[in-house]
Design a protein around this ligand. Structure first.
Ligand code: NIG
Ligand code: FE
Length: 401
């Protein structure tokens, strides 16, 4: 049969990241046929009787799925370099937050910023991630904490998808911090999130998921649960920042609400790991590093119980100003002792799961043609070096970018 493709990539080694029993999901295929934005065929040997609009010689390089950064806060105004200085003078992240700095100071700057200013600065940060092979990006709101600014942030996130070669998934994080106008009335603010903000954002289809910062400096488990219930009522899946600074049992609570992911989890108790079977544990080594955290996530227990682990940048102005997913992977290996293969799974197959996406994160027939080509001898090299690699070519939805 004579088969036609939009693009055929030949002469590649493939790390599919699929669960095929081989390290990195390595396959014996050497060529990929792309049609209508999808991986239409994988070939061990390229048949003679096919035709393609574009043919790309991979020169024996490695083809991997596009990378997925499943946790970022990359839309914001201002920066927090002053707090970096304060922390180096011995004041803690939690103490700065209590003094009205931290997330609240970014909220102040973000509320004052125009849509265009937010878009322009976020685009630059997103470009840093894309240069490293990111083809899907999650972006949270949470620096507005009023309907107007939260909406503006999520609109900018949607605009980034139109402006850049990347899929964007948006997450409404209204319950990120208590805005100044609600100080001493956290329950009142949660009512605003659940009864006013969430319905509006859901009706306007601005969010793909809902997140909560469940923490001593964020919201209590009871408040978190109210947001989860409201999200469910609007048909939106939940995710949560949990056990970052203390163990409030937020991960188990989130898992009970079928959370797509539980993120941070440094203080997650080993005995709670068994509850996380149907979710994804998102490791954020950037925040761990930047805040000088010493409590590590329970990696061995997660591994033993087969809980999928993802790795993300958490790119944000306060706890993780890290615009490099490859560096986050390296950090996860060095700081948390996960393997390079686990790190790569964490930014491909498992990151897709953390976003509820089952059409990407691996190289397989029928999946989106989100692909990256790397001039390396082995996939572990991507994780081993720091600022050592850039993809030689990238395809997003089958389009060479
Ligand atoms: O994921 N933990 C809460 N949210 C962010 C920090 C945001 C900030 O400090 O601005 C995080 O670490
Ligand atoms: Fe975060």
């Amino acid at each position: 049969m004579h088969d036609t493709f939009d693009t055929v990539i030949t002469n590649v080694r493939i790390a599919s990241m699929a669960d095929n029993g081989q390290p990195y999901g390595t396959t014996s295929h050497t060529a990929v046929g792309i049609r209508s934005g999808k991986i239409a065929a994988l070939f061990e040997e390229l048949p003679a009787d096919i035709s393609a609009t574009h043919t790309v010689d991979g020169n024996g390089q490695w083809l991997l799925p596009g990378l997925i950064d499943c946790h970022t806060h990359l839309i914001y105004a201002g920066d927090r370099a002053n707090e970096f200085e304060m922390r180096l003078q011995g004041i803690s992240y939690a103490e700065i937050a209590k003094q009205g700095g931290g997330i609240k100071s970014t909220v102040k700057a973000t509320r004052q910023a125009s849509e265009k200013a937010l878009f322009d600065s976020a685009k630059q940060r997103a470009e840093r991630l894309l240069e490293e092979g990111v083809t899907t990006l999650e972006i949270k709101s949470g620096y507005g904490l009023d309907l107007d600014t939260e909406r503006r942030m999520l609109k900018v996130a949607r605009q980034l998808e139109d402006a850049l070669p990347v899929s964007v998934r948006t997450t409404f994080l209204g319950a990120h911090a208590l805005p100044a106008e609600y100080s001493n009335d956290a329950d009142g603010y949660i009512s605003l999130v659940c009864d006013t903000m969430l319905p509006d954002i859901a009706a306007n289809k601005l969010a793909d998921a809902v997140d909560v910062f469940c923490e001593s400096i964020g919201f209590t488990p009871a408040q978190t649960e109210r947001v989860f219930q409201a999200a469910k009522a609007h048909g939106l899946p939940v995710k949560a920042h949990v056990e970052q600074l203390s163990d409030l049992k937020g991960a188990v609570l989130a898992a009970n609400y079928d959370a797509l992911s539980v993120d941070h989890i440094e203080y997650l108790a080993e005995e709670d790991v068994g509850h996380l079977k149907d979710t994804v544990a998102v490791l954020l080594p950037g925040a761990f590093y930047y805040l000088h955290e010493t409590q590590k996530p329970p990696i061995e227990a997660l591994r033993k119980q087969g809980i999928p682990m993802a790795v993300a940048t958490d790119l944000n102005p306060g706890s993780s100003p890290l615009a490099s997913l490859l560096t986050a992977m390296n950090m996860a290996c060095v700081l948390f002792a996960i393997t390079p293969e686990e790190a790569l799974l964490g930014t491909t197959r498992h990151a897709a799961k953390a976003l509820g996406l089952n059409d990407r994160g691996m190289i397989d027939e029928g999946l989106r043609a989100d692909l990256t080509l790397w001039d390396i001898d082995h996939p572990a090299q991507l994780v081993y070096s720091i600022n050592g690699q850039r993809p030689k070519a990238r395809w997003v939805g089958g389009r060479h970018v």
